[in-house]
Design a protein around this ligand. Structure first.
Ligand code: NAD
Length: 476
């Protein structure tokens, strides 16, 4: 079995308690990595190291920080295959998906290394005799808390802008999948990020997560995870008025109009909800299809779902690996059973594979109605529900009939309708004739209970800075 320590103050170390945790390979159900299990004492050490280091890092000229972040991109490219293999093994992700994600890690570092050099404040108009400008300055020590589904990518979405803007970070990856965050920390270290600026403390939410959120010297929390935990973090952070950004769950609609390219929408619709075994905050898990094309579309959808290749994540042809844990698979199976009990039809899928690991066939649930549990709640597994609509107004109402608002897709060839839907859907991301939600240069995040704040783009860089106004009396 491989082993890894915490990463604090520029070096790996064991947990202060000496505790370790075995990380399971979801494709076999066997442990593959023994990782140091952090606790509150380790968070104290990490925050102290970050607080000592942050002043000199934030005062370095942006081009110097940018050069180090760009070097991290270069090293991430050199170590790309190793990173991808790690991520695939840790999460059970198909190797080709892991390769795409790990290529994006380098791209995100490159992006922030570039934009931070042109990033700054403004000069403002004030009455004669005054000169006024704003500064964008690092927040200080920032706590980053990430989920298990896209562990390397989501950590990088936070690390790259936070570090480029001059902050020091304490990152807590999910205990189910801590490996890539530790590897990315060592990439940043090797690229020249000084000791103390990046710290990684794997551990439980109730220990390490709460210690970070409660720490007096942490000024901001950037969290990605479930809505339930996000609400608790916002409440806990209120005690010290920490800045908080929250990227939370979703129950995203995929709306198919009668003029859509049904074949393309079916194939993309399957990828949009069964990719990463459905463990995707952006999963388009509510298909809302026009009455006129319902039967033809569902036929194409079921055919595409049945063609979706489930298997060993290390196999180049695999499109869907196992779920991350037995619990996660059981949750998906329970939602599927609830849909059946509440009167929906399971059109295909839902079988557990007869092999070790946490595999199941992706499931299409037809004849779903808006009040069903599987339609209302985030499943976070490979189960999609299909609802029907009559006209455009009903499609909008159904799309917005959810507490969430992360992303949405609309399939139509009618240009005006596409833009009306983009305007009327309550979500942070709307894709037209596409299921693509994430672009490095564009803001990504949610409305309503999908959270607030944005990852990626320039928005994210702003979120890792404080705004300062400077007024100078220049009267003669
Ligand atoms: P989770 O909320 O259970 O855990 C997320 C992280 O928070 C983990 O590191 C966990 O250890 C930590 N945590 C748990 N309790 C904590 C506490 N009390 N204080 C501080 N930290 C705590 O989520 P998960 O199961 O890891 O991930 C799945 C969820 O994440 C889904 O709801 C999914 O939609 C969401 N997600 C959202 C996005 C997005 O960008 N909007 C992306 C990926 C995942």
């Amino acid at each position: 079995m491989e082993s890894a320590g915490l990463f604090i103050d520029g070096a790996q170390r064991p947990a202060a308690s000496g505790a370790t945790h075995e990380v399971t390979d979801p494709a076999t159900g066997q442990p593959w990595l023994e990782v140091a299990l952090g606790g509150a004492e380790d968070v104290d050490a990490a925050v102290a190291a970050a607080a000592r280091a942050v002043g000199s890092w934030s005062r370095r000229p942006a081009p110097e920080r940018a050069a180090i972040v760009r070097q991290a991109a270069a090293i991430a490219r050199e170590r790309h295959e190793h990173l991808a293999q790690t991520e695939s093994r840790d999460v059970g992700k198909p190797i080709n998906d892991a390769r795409v994600e790990m290529a994006s890690v380098a791209d995100v570092f490159d992006f922030y290394a570039g934009v931070v050099r042109g990033f700054g404040g403004e000069t403002l108009s004030v009455p004669a005799g005054g000169f006024d400008y704003t500064l964008r300055q690092a927040v200080g020590v920032v706590g980053l808390i990430t989920p298990w589904n896209f562990p390397g990518l989501i950590a990088t979405w936070k690390l790259a802008p936070a570090l480029a803007a001059g902050n020091a970070v304490v990152l807590k990856p999910a205990l189910l999948t801590p490996a890539s965050a530790l590897e990315i920390a060592s990439i940043l270290h090797d690229a020249g990020v000084p000791p103390g600026i990046i710290n990684v403390v794997p551990g439980r939410g109730s220990a390490v997560g709460e210690a970070i959120v409660g720490h007096a010297d942490v000024r901001k929390i950037a969290f990605t995870g479930s809505t339930e935990v996000g609400i608790g973090i916002q409440q806990a952070a209120a005690a010290s008025l920490k800045r908080v950004t929250l990227e939370l769950g979703g129950k995203s609609p995929n709306i198919i109009f009668d003029d859509a390219d049904l074949e393309a929408a079916a194939v993309a619709g399957v990828e949009a909800v069964f990719g990463n075994a459905g463990q995707d905050c952006c999963a388009r898990s509510r298909i809302i299809v026009a009455d006129e094309v319902h039967d033809a579309f569902v036929e194409a959808l079921v055919a595409a779902a049945e063609d979706f290749r489930v298997g060993d994540p290390a196999d180049e042809d695999t499109q869907m690996g196992p779920l991350v844990s037995d619990d996660q698979r059981q949750t998906a199976l329970d939602y599927l059973a609830s849909a059946r009990d509440e009167g929906a039809t399971v059109a295909c899928g839902g079988q557990v594979l007869d092999r070790s690991g946490y595999f199941m066939r992706p499931a299409v649930v037809d004849d779903a109605t808006p009040e069903m549990t599987a339609v209302r709640e985030e499943i976070f597994g490979p189960v999609v529900t299909v609802l029907r609509f009559g006209d455009e107004a009903e499609a909008v109402a159904m799309a917005n009939d959810t507490p969430y608002g992360l992303s949405a897709s609309v399939w139509t060839r009618d240009l005006g309708r596409a833009h009306r839907m983009a305007r009327d859907i309550e979500a942070g991301v709307v894709s037209v004739n596409s299921n693509s939600s994430v672009h490095t240069g564009a803001p990504f995040g949610g409305w309503k209970q999908s959270g607030y704040g944005r990852e990626l783009g320039l928005e994210s860089l702003r979120a890792y800075t404080e705004l300062k106004n400077v007024y100078v009396d220049i009267s003669p």
